[in-house]
Design a protein around this ligand. Structure first.
Ligand SMILES: [Zn+2]
Length: 279
């Protein structure tokens, strides 16, 4: 657990405290490792994947497993899921309608409400369907993190095997300038979201065992950060090696559009495996 400095010394400290204070509570530890049980009590058997065959159910008893899995896949796959932060350190989700009118895709998020039942309705029908389908929810959808810090906040709130099953991630991170004086010109770019938080987020991404596609969208402010800072900013992602290059989307400001070739060349030189474009 990160140590919190006593007192506030800089803007970076304010963000670090905010980051720690807003972290959602993680899942409770498995009872098998409960301190109350100690070593003497034998661990309880894991019954999460056990169910009784429901002979009365035509769907479950008559359809072959292959057909059932195809149905679950059609219901649960192919979605874009916005992960959002709610009040009281809760995490939530909103299904992206992909219509162009999505408020979160356009940069907002406050007024949209998640519909918790919809995403999990099928999996929560019974234990058998849950066991057969829940993994698909994580492996067959794109998880989009628009709120800064959401990625590292989500991780402790879902079981590790679900986290490991995630294959597609889109991350939006603010890359604006700032008005705060700072002697360290490199560090200054982190003020919008916090350097520690950025590094932690990158570490979490590079350690995702199932990750196949990753898109980082850098959002800019009305003025531009020097392009030289981008490779430095992206350094923590150097260890991200995917089968295909991950995608870097820059703000569509003329300054960045004109510099794409130079940015791309610089990133390649540094061994950062991404495809650059401006959106
Ligand atoms: Zn959306």
């Amino acid at each position: 657990m990160a140590r919190i400095k006593q007192g506030v010394f800089s803007w970076e400290d304010v963000l670090a405290q905010q980051y720690q204070n807003n972290k959602p509570t993680g899942l409770p530890r498995s009872r098998r490792y409960s301190a109350l049980q100690g070593q003497r009590t034998p661990p309880k058997p894991d019954t999460r994947t056990e169910w009784t065959i429901q002979h009365q159910s035509a769907l479950l008893a008559r359809l072959s497993p292959e057909l059932r899995l195809m149905i679950w896949e059609m219901v649960l796959g192919g979605m874009r899921i916005h992960i959002v932060q709610r009040t009281n350190r809760r995490m939530g989700h909103i299904l992206c309608p992909r219509t162009g009118s999505c408020e979160i895709c356009r940069g907002g998020h406050r007024s949209m409400k998640d519909v918790p039942g919809r995403l999990l309705a099928l999996s929560m029908t019974c234990k058998q369907i849950y066991c057969e389908s829940i993994g698909m929810l994580y492996s067959l959808n794109t998880f989009e993190f628009s709120n800064t810090w959401s990625l590292t906040y989500l991780r402790p709130t879902i079981p590790g095997d679900f986290w490991d099953a995630i294959r597609a991630v889109e991350l939006r991170w603010a890359f604006p300038g700032h008005f705060l004086p700072c002697k360290d010109t490199v560090k200054s770019i982190y003020f919008s979201a916090g350097r520690q938080q950025w590094v932690e987020t990158c570490q979490a991404v590079t350690c995702m065992p199932g990750l196949q596609t990753f898109t980082l969208q850098l959002s800019g402010s009305w003025f531009c950060e020097p392009v030289e800072k981008i490779p430095v900013f992206l350094e923590p992602l150097r260890e991200l090696h995917l089968r295909q290059r991950w995608k870097l989307q820059l703000p569509q400001q003329p300054y960045y559009v004109e510099e794409i070739r130079n940015i791309d060349g610089d990133l390649r030189k540094r061994g950062i495996e991404c495809l650059v474009r401006a959106v």
